[in-house]
Write a protein that binds this ligand. Structure first.
Ligand code: NAP
Length: 246
């Protein structure tokens, strides 16, 4: 899967939402999906970076993307419904979501973690994934074949000291994806979870500032798994937890 080579126009005419597309792994996924023919909905908070990515995609001659600035650190269910309505009204369909946006915050013992920081990580990494999925399911049900990809981590499979809320949120995402996939079994929608593994991004640099960055995979290196899970070649794959680096 990590060496998957997508056929040309693999995602032609599909509309795919990538959260956290303004940077890191999400940005690489968005570009790869656009290159494969998809209309990508670029989500993030930083409008300047979203606009830069928009220009890059259009400049390459790929399908014109859409921009969706939205702060996932919100608990208002209506805001998620509105977001799905914007997609329905402006683009008319939705074939997939990559729930990629995430926050780490500081690495610290549970004893010293503030409730505010805990709640923020849980909201962005877990609760917003539930809220956005719930809001978008009616649209996804109308697609010929839809794929939901969530994002885990090595510490979502084995807990590690000081990774507190982040680790807990990733364990929960693994569980959420299994529950969702079981509910969707036999439908047109599948849901799978990806652990990107150590990847050269801002988040990784914050967690491991002193490591040798030349040893890390780049976001572009791990894109094949995301291409595979979004396209028809993975139509039978549901409820799996997959490591992007094998
Ligand atoms: P990154 O470079 O820090 O990018 C994070 C993205 O999430 C940005 O686009 C950011 O958008 C968005 N985001 C953060 N908070 C948000 C909020 N409140 N509302 C909306 N968007 C928000 O991180 P990354 O390394 O690419 O990580 C991507 C995913 O992979 C995360 O889920 C992470 O947990 C997971 N992961 C990464 C690694 C790794 O080694 N890099 C390993 C395992 C798992 P704005 O800046 O525009 O707000």
């Amino acid at each position: 899967m990590k060496n998957y080579q997508a056929p040309e126009n693999h995602l032609k005419d599909r509309v795919i939402l990538v959260t956290g597309a303004s940077d890191g792994i999400g940005k690489a996924i968005a570009i790869a999906y656009a290159k494969a023919g998809a209309t990508v909905i670029l989500h993030g908070r930083d409008i300047e970076r979203l606009e830069k990515l928009y220009d890059e995609i259009v400049g390459q001659g790929y399908p014109q993307p859409a921009m969706l600035p939205f702060d996932l650190n919100t608990t208002d269910e209506q805001e998620y419904r509105n977001l799905a309505s914007v997609i329905a009204n402006d683009l008319g369909r939705l074939d997939g979501i990559v729930h990629n946006a995430g926050v780490l915050e500081e690495l610290t013992p549970i004893e010293h973690t503030s409730i505010k920081s805990w709640n923020k990580i849980m909201q962005v990494n877990l609760n917003s994934v539930f809220a956005l999925t719930k809001a978008c399911l009616p649209l996804l049900k109308e697609a010929p074949s839809a794929s939901i990809i969530t994002t885990s981590s090595g510490v979502g499979r084995q807990g590690r000291a000081f990774w507190g809320a982040y680790s807990t949120s990733k364990f929960a995402i693994e569980g959420f994806t299994q529950v969702l996939a079981d509910e969707l079994e036999g439908t047109n929608i599948r849901a799978n979870c990806v652990n990107p593994g150590a990847t050269l991004t801002k988040m990784r640099a914050i967690a491991f500032p002193a490591e040798d960055k030349s040893l890390l995979k780049t976001p572009e290196d791990i894109v094949p798994v995301y291409l595979y899970l979004m396209g028809d070649d993975s139509a039978e794959i549901n409820g799996q937890s997959i490591s992007a680096q094998g």
